[in-house]
Write a protein that binds this ligand. Structure first.
Ligand code: IPE
Ligand code: IPE
Ligand code: MG
Length: 253
């Protein structure tokens, strides 16, 4: 008797045309993890992995455009990442500044609208101003809404929404009976955006690490052992193909 086992690793890589016949996520969220391990396993400094990771993110943006994905949210630096060794944090800050400067023209040309989601108040002013300049220069773009989750933590995001609503309540602007999910969503960093349909985490870790905890309530989760710097177009297509096999129920039958 021949047994056939089906899992996503056995999929043949689909072509772009094939994929476009199926359901395409409107909003894709990615936890770009594994840069450090990618570099260390090659005897290289961790920052080399982060640099390669930035190149992969550029390719990911292009692939999103090709697939017709409208929203991309990429976890690039968490609130908790501020606690990493000073040297890694400062090298990462330099890299963000360099990459944003280098990629700005490409984002403008590709009609990508950049939006930082995260705790702006704790970002060093020179880094924040580079983000804000890129936001300003891309503010009217419409093809791809690209959120960079930077200095981001979902619990902090929910806490600041809670504080704003409490303040409005105190001022008599909001009544208890109108405090509902819609109101809370209005004060999240992702206000006005659809929830992620697909959430990908690379590097084999099976956790969310404080990423989009509210918004991912019904996201399809895809975990791969591939490290972020190796997450190429083929890997991306396999993830979307896997998503296309899912049956989303949202609690219904
Ligand atoms: C993800 O890669 C990027 C950031 C968190 C900034 P890591 O730096 O977490 O790489 P690993 O997980 O240690 O390999
Ligand atoms: C999550 O990765 C944050 C980013 C990818 C930016 P981490 O490497 O910080 O997460 P943990 O520490 O493994 O949970
Ligand atoms: Mg990591």
């Amino acid at each position: 008797m021949k047994l056939s086992v089906s899992c996503f690793n056995s999929f043949k890589t689909p072509s772009l045309i094939e994929l476009k016949k199926g359901a395409i996520p409107l909003h894709l969220a990615v936890i770009m993890d594994g840069n450090g391990r990618w570099a260390s396993s090659r005897g290289l400094p961790r920052i080399v992995g982060h640099k390669k990771g930035a190149d992969v993110l550029r390719e990911t943006v292009i692939t999103c455009k090709d697939l017709g994905i409208k929203y991309l949210t990429a976890y690039s630096f968490s609130n908790e990442n501020w606690q990493r060794p000073r040297r890694e944090v400062s090298e990462l800050m330099e890299l963000f500044v360099e990459v944003l400067g280098r990629e700005l023209d490409g984002m403008i040309k590709n009609d990508v609208k950049l939006n930082l989601i995260g705790q702006r108040e704790i970002i060093p002013p020179d880094v924040l101003s580079v983000f804000e300049n890129a936001e300003k220069k891309t503010e009217n773009n419409k093809t791809l809404f690209f959120n960079i989750a930077f200095s981001y933590g979902a619990r902090q995001e929910i806490t600041q929404a809670f504080k704003k609503i409490a303040q409005l309540y105190k001022e008599g602007e909001v009544e208890l009976k109108s405090c509902n999910e819609k109101l809370i969503e209005k004060y999240l960093y992702t206000a006005g955006m659809p929830d992620p349909d697909l959430l990908i985490r690379t590097s084999g870790e099976l956790r969310l690490s404080n990423f989009l905890l509210w918004q991912s309530a019904y996201s399809e989760l895809y975990f791969t052992k591939t490290l972020w710097p190796d997450f190429n177009r083929k890997q991306f297509f396999l993830a979307v193909k896997d998503y296309q096999q899912r049956k989303r129920r949202f609690g219904r039958l």
